[in-house]
Design a binder for this molecule. Structure first.
Ligand code: SF4
Ligand code: SF4
Ligand code: SF4
Length: 126
């Protein structure tokens, strides 16, 4: 699991579920409602933690935060797989030419790297 919610501090606003691009936040109604992160779906982008007004979401132990994601133009074959899977519309390009990432839009989820077959996406960790 990349991120975790402290249910004792949660104020039940639901923002985390609303902002998560990967539908990785779920809720459970048993002895009161609480939210939790679905480990297999969470990419660790941190969007939920940035939005949480109660500051009750944090990286789980062992999580490696991404500092920067870029595309190596010499390896990119211009297939567009990264662009089609980017939840932030941060990738642009023309088929069969190298694609590029707009750092100002990138939420550093790393999904593009996991989709790229020629491993043209470089991920730098914090
Ligand atoms: S860290 Fe990102 S993927 Fe994980 S639950 Fe939060 S918003 Fe969703
Ligand atoms: S998935 Fe990889 S090869 Fe395809 S366009 Fe993106 S960076 Fe280039
Ligand atoms: S890491 Fe890749 S897929 Fe995720 S937002 Fe940035 S460019 Fe898009």
């Amino acid at each position: 699991m990349a991120y975790a919610i402290d249910k004792e501090k949660c104020v039940d606003c639901g923002y985390c579920g609303y902002v998560c691009p990967f539908k990785a936040v779920s809720e459970q109604c048993e002895n009161g409602r609480y939210y939790y992160v679905i480990g297999e779906s969470c990419t660790g982008c941190g969007q939920c933690a940035e939005t949480c007004p109660a500051v009750c979401i944090a990286p789980a132990p062992g999580h490696r935060a991404i500092k920067r994601v870029s595309i190596d133009a010499s390896k990119c074959i211009g297939c567009s797989l990264c662009m089609r899977n980017c939840p932030a519309a941060a990738i642009t390009g023309v088929i069969k030419s190298p694609f590029r990432i707009d750092e100002s839009k990138c939420i550093r989820c790393g999904v593009c790297a996991s989709k790229c077959k020629p491993q043209a996406v470089c991920v730098e960790y914090v």
